[in-house]
Design a binder for this molecule. Sequence first.
Ligand code: GLN
Length: 487
Amino acid sequence: MSDLVKLTLAQAKKALNDKKISSVELTQAYIAEMEKNRNLNAYVLETPDIALKQAKISDEKYAKNTAGALEGIPMGIKDLFCTKGIRTTACSHILDGFVPPYESTVTQKLLDAGINILGKLNMDEFAMGGSNETSYYGPVVNPWKAKNSDAPLVAGGSSGGSAAAVAAHMCVAATGTDTGGSIRQPSAFCGVTGIKPTYGRCSRYGIVAFASSLDQAGPIAQNVEDCALLLNVMAGYDAKDSTSSQKEVPDFSAVLRQDIKGLKVGVPAEFRPDGLNAEIAACWDKGLQMLKDRGAEIINISLPHTKYALATYYIIAPAEASSNLARYDGLRYGLRVNGAHLDDMYTNSRTEGFGREVKRRIMIGTYVLSAGYYDAYYLKAQKVRRLIRNDFLEAFKKCDVILTPTAPTGAFPIGDKSMLENPINMWLNDVFTVSVSLAGLPALSLPAGLSGEGLPLGLQIIGRAFDEETVFKAASALENDICFVRK
Ligand code: GLN
């Protein structure tokens, strides 16, 4: 492996600035790594020619001293982001061959800052899943393996390709999206860092919609500093997304390595159910102790409606998905399977185009929105969502951030029957992430240690709405003390 691909984003940026390396060299090193690691199935489309063309332009900008904030940095883009002229499928058969005529706002901001695009990253179909096994292009293989076993493990989902590509040095950093945990959980499974910002922080324009009141874009990167550098660029108001926030974007890197003495760290009792995996509980306790040793105050809090979070999420997310996915009719984009009549064409295209999990969500969503069930399910879920949000508002009167595990397990084997045959088991894996999404809050996952099997475990730091700064501050302190050794 070339040493170039071991550089963090901050280091690569410095080396480029100091003209020690060129973007073309850096990009070539990543292209070689992508080729070597094709077995991981992290990329569904490689775009080396585009990356090199952009890298050349970056090198010219460095020569002319007009380099942008992320000039010359090679990145992978989750296949949920529309990229102008580059195939975008949300890893669904129904978007076969779709080439967007426009660029998502987030990727446009990254491009304007100077990144180059190495390719599109694998993900669960329409971001529905927690193991990257619902992708039309097949599962992503986690670069980590358990001790004493050669079984391929899931990379987590839905941003499995993003997390695996960062972990395996196949890009400096990647974009992800998170609706109920899809940045945080794969980051935890692959031993990398990811942040889901506050809902509204990043524009959703040009991101294929799953559940519009929950979807948020965010970075997946090698460490906390890199995430901060990326979010600085990705965030900000966009007139093209009516839910994007007009709040000013602070410099997230400015708070790194600051003193956290006196920081109030909440520990929710409901996140420690009986039967919580002992290694995960121990990893959590260790993290709390580290913060305490730095002078943080640990405060017991309660989020009493946590037990309803999964049920609420798995009503609201499918409801919104069923509405969003109504647009795929075989007429406008992607796959078309003809039939004798127009209705047959719709049916045939959707039958063939959508995978099982997507169909399940459409069915659930349609059901909870139908007359007679709307009040009992959808409306009730909206009310419980408010209670979940209120729990956090109450808790944040007592603390500044909340520390929890990111997921109740580490990475599990691809094809694990207990997960695949019973979708509820897969959904249970989202238990620590969905309430944060329902409340619209920012949360970062960072690698916190290894399980007995030698697999990465993640800790989640949750913040107040639009207070990513305190999340970054706490994360930076914790990261420094954990000293996680990357792959
Ligand atoms: N695993 C969750 C789901 O399947 C979350 C997915 C996501 O955040 N995109 O819905």
